[in-house]
Design a protein around this ligand. Sequence first.
Ligand code: F0G
Length: 452
Amino acid sequence: MRCTGCARAIALPDLKENFRCPECGDLYEVEYPGWSTQNGRGFVDGGVRCNPPNASALRWLWKERRSSTELKDQSGVWRFRELLPILRDEQHIVSLREGNTPLYHLVRTADATGADRVFAKHQGMNPTGSFKDTGMTTALSVAYERGFSWVACASTGNTSAAMAAYAARAGMRSLVLIPEGKIAWGKLSQALDYGALTIQLKTDFDGCVEVLSEVVRRAPVYLLNSVNPYRLEGQKTPALEIAEQMNWDVPDHVIVPGGNLANSSALGKGFLEMKQLGLVDRVPRVSVVQAEGANPLYRSMRESGGERLEPVEAHTRASAIRIGNPASWKKCRNVVRATGGWVEQATEAEIALAKAEIGAEGIGCEPASAVTLVGLKKFLAEGKIGVHETVVLLLTGHTLKDSDYTIDYHRGKLLRDEEIGDLGAEIEITRRNTIELEADAEAVLRELEKAQ
Ligand code: F0G
């Protein structure tokens, strides 16, 4: 484990329960010594220097595992376990067969934007409907292996849904702290369904994080927020899947939503490690998009080039990313810098319109995921992305997570006029309200005729 602040490396048993460095308070990252094939040093395994892994043998092995009937092979995370040496015993893997999510070609987006090679990596197609499953299988398996009975997280909803499900699979108990009234019902219902002890606190997400940090100091519960570096190890695997799905020719750009800023960090780690290991010969630019009302990294990049981050009081209807004091901002900034990406922001109306456009592709996503399409439009307009470049949008959550948002949008109840601004015409084209009629075929046929 290496501290991302002061670069001090520590041995695993010295890791504190809040996963922060006792010297500088920063977060740790799992680092695999000797994972560089470039300096000819090879691979270090148990103190023994080995040959670097053979990239084509790994690619073949990972593909072969997809046809296996074993759980650890069927998981789209653990199938890459050569890059996840974090458990002592594979028997401790807790999995719901996460990962292996689809990469869709966005045909209508191509028509609308002129960029013809735009894809969506849909992490909402995971077992609990969000990307959190890929990190939960790794970190919760570590908790299980270490004999914890309780796991806990503060959440804007998706982490709690994933944690509750994986804890239930392992026969463990889970404690969820969520901001009262500020998470989507779909997510809350999952935590209850999977049996979590669910506590709504009269504060926001950042306040829940503070309370939980005291709880984990005083009780033997294992913290599963994304400050836990094992979460990021699992969350790096979609980068491997993207490369695999594109025949190991990585895209030019990957655009990721930003909240607590762990997911973007994890994906960047995945691409950079693949490059180190010779699995790919370049890395995509990883760019991050935040909601305008929850944009501390965007501001930080503008105001200090990413040197300092001022927390903000966060407001956005994309409740998954309503986060004002992101824990992993330095890791994320490092990834954006290392890959040559950018940080953008999206207004409420831009997010809602982009979400409807992704819905109209027959795919759908939750509001937080739609910021990626807003980012794409802005990067194209600014010439940062060329129309012939290959772009992957990371869709992080399933459309059914927040169906209230979708229904309010289509009924015209989501946005105020002053929020809509000059997007009114585009929003109008995408809106589809329901029509109430008597049970009469004639009346239905008339509507069909009108809709031609
Ligand atoms: N998209 C969705 C659907 C999310 O649920 C989250 C984060 C993000 C994007 C942002 O990812 O935090 O790694 O930058 N949700 C967390 C939660 C905070 O508690 O479910 P990030």
